[in-house]
Design a protein around this ligand. Sequence first.
Ligand code: C2E
Ligand code: CA
Ligand code: CA
Length: 277
Amino acid sequence: AKVDGKNRWACFDPERNAREIARITLSASMPAALERDEFYVDYQPIVRFSDGTLIGAEALVRWAHPEFGRLGPDRFIGLAEETGLIVSLGRWVLTTACRQAAEWARLGGIAPVVSVNLAARQVEEPGVVDDIANVLRDTGLPPTSLQLELTESAIMGTTGEPLGALHKLVDLGVRIAIDDFGTGYSNLAYLRHLPVHALKIAGSFVEGLRADEPDSVDSQIVHALVSLAHTLRLDVVAEGVETRDQADRLTALGCDSAQGWLYAKPGPPEEITRWLR
Ligand code: C2E
Ligand code: CA
Ligand code: CA
């Protein structure tokens, strides 16, 4: 290997090279995998603290890879964003989730809101509003039963047309949630202009909550995020809730609802259906 401390790529690292090849191979095989129906969607319940009601479910995509087994989104969403496949993959997830939620709505009772992650690339797509309107019409899902989750960075990137798209989606009746709220480097000014309905507090803040440390930094951050949300009349969902202790702290801090392993891990749609019955 050519060794040169200053030259970034002079040092040949066989392991790194193998990883890069694996990455490119995985990336290149995604379009065919989408054609072959290798992707599937798991759903994770979102529960209201006050009475334990199931009020929603987040759609989380997975890849049943014929060679590597089940792959989580952290393995391939980034790749799909790089290649642009996220647009067609995201549309497939949206259609699948809306069809599923329409089925849940037909069961009667409280129809859970289905939450779908939307990548920045999707919001920037010129036809995004018509696309989503068509999916809602074709599946028969009421727009109010769909929530789109966008990260702060996806929203910060939306100026002009994409921001207009979000307003049009809200006009249709669709809900918007900010994902991983508090982890982005944003100045929050966008909250004044955006038609947002809910904030999702990142699991990284929830992780540090302890009943015996009511004044910990994480506790104070969550308290500040909940106050901000309520000032703006937004719902707050805590993510990554794993323990009863955390749930108790979150309730004390005024958090409205939660998602996490304490209630259920992401699973097949039948688990939600069973819960609804
Ligand atoms: P996210 O939107 O923040 O989703 C929540 C993640 O937290 C999920 O990881 C979920 O399985 C995990 N989780 C849920 N409860 C707990 C808990 O109690 N403890 C811990 N430690 N983790 C918990 P997952 O399924 O691996 O998804 C990772 C990320 O991939 C998601 O993070 C989301 O950003 C992205 N993603 C998933 N599906 C899609 C999709 O259809 N489109 C796009 N654009 N991104 C997606
Ligand atoms: Ca999410
Ligand atoms: Ca999240």
